[in-house]
Design a protein. Structure first.
Length: 374
């Protein structure tokens, strides 16, 4: 059942220091409608053709929220999931032809061996009622490792039906520069897990052919741009240096050789500084860190002024950042909801044009943003 509405008139806070020094964007007023507050550490969401939604919970459950606000019991059929540190059940994505084949894709942490090594895996299954059937693993990040940090876990299908998978470097920085290691990269595969011929490292000795881009610390958001041609990635920096990047095949995004962040607590430099030839600069970065998670381009008619803007969730400052783009560059930022609804884990735009947010809490919420009176 739909819960009470919160009406917020939001004043843009001063922008955090960033590479573009973007000024504040014009302020927005929104209504916050809580659809459910009975989730545990929700992580990802997907909109079903019948108007209901799927939500993943990191402790290892998949739930359906009906169009009238009823939350289902956990959907059956998931494989064993390792709930360790930042790992568990992560993002979910529908196959582009879901209405016909009912294929759901999900990322999760999985254990292996007696030493307690863990890594990100992606599986697919057919959603039949309240159960997943014919579940099979289509990708396993290799090698697995100990610890519970930086699993990545975002999923995105592009217009050609290729699947992008983000992988953190598992807290071991140098892995992000090792092309013989999946971790610290963005992966691109076909819907069955096979490698597309157009991947940038196909046929190159000693390089894993699934890798699309590398030099990433922990990508926590993936989105297609407004015209559907370019994949954008949102990634956690260390202390400072959270980044937004335009992802392109075969490019190196620098971690840990270059970064705008520093070592936690002690503030010492990391790597070689902020730039190096052959390594990409971010489109935008935050310092101090906002711990970003969830990325979406706004396309819809509910918020006309937001058309083509980037929407970014933040865990640390509990806010939604709206980034205004011109010619692919950030020219203004508005920070909404700061401290109002909790840690924002995921951001998406529904088929109805409203903006949906998940809060990384226990209990966690799924909320819908609607236009308020300007």
């Amino acid at each position: 059942m739909q819960l009470p509405v919160l009406l917020l008139s939001l004043i843009a806070a001063p922008a955090f220091a960033a590479i573009t020094d973007a000024p504040p964007a014009p302020t927005s007023t929104v209504r916050v409608v809580t659809l459910t507050d009975q989730l545990e550490r929700p992580w990802g969401m997907a909109f079903l053709p019948d108007g209901s939604m799927l939500v993943s919970e990191r402790p290892g459950r998949l739930r359906r929220l009906s169009a009238d606000g009823e939350l289902s019991p956990p959907i059956a059929g998931l494989p064993d999931i390792a709930v360790r540190g930042q790992g568990g059940l992560l993002d979910i994505a529908l196959h582009p032809d879901f209405a016909r084949n009912r294929q759901l894709y999900f990322a999760y942490a999985a254990g292996e061996g007696l030493l307690g090594d863990y890594g990100t895996e992606v599986a697919s299954g057919e959603l039949r009622g309240e159960r997943l059937e014919n579940v099979r693993v289509i990708f396993r990040a290799s090698p697995k490792a100990g610890g519970g940090r930086h699993f990545g876990g975002r999923l995105l299908f592009d217009r050609d039906g290729l699947l992008y998978i983000s992988l953190g470097e598992r807290g071991d920085r140098d892995r992000a520069q090792d092309l013989g290691d999946h971790n610290g990269s963005v992966i691109r595969v076909r819907d069955d897990g096979s490698v597309p011929d157009g991947n940038p490292f196909v046929g190159r000795a000693g390089v894993l052919p699934e890798i699309y881009s590398y030099g990433h610390r922990n990508v926590q958001g993936l989105a297609l741009d407004a015209d559907g041609t370019t994949v954008w990635g949102l990634e956690h920096g260390p202390q400072g240096g959270d980044e937004i990047n335009r992802l392109a095949p075969g490019l190196n995004y620098g971690w840990p050789v270059i970064t705008y962040g520093v070592n936690y607590g002690i503030g010492t430099s990391i790597g070689e500084g902020t730039a190096r030839e052959g390594m990409e600069q971010p489109v935008y970065y935050w310092d101090p860190s906002i711990a970003p998670s969830g990325l979406a381009f706004y396309r819809g008619d509910r918020f006309p002024r937001w058309q083509g803007n980037l929407l970014v969730g933040a865990l640390k400052y509990e806010l939604l950042s709206r980034l205004v783009l011109e010619n692919g560059e950030v020219v203004a930022e508005e920070q909404l909801l700061k401290g109002e609804i909790g840690r924002i884990r995921d951001v998406d735009v529904g088929p109805d044009g409203y903006v949906y947010l998940l809060t990384d809490e226990s209990p966690g919420r799924l909320v819908r943003l609607e236009p308020g009176r300007e």
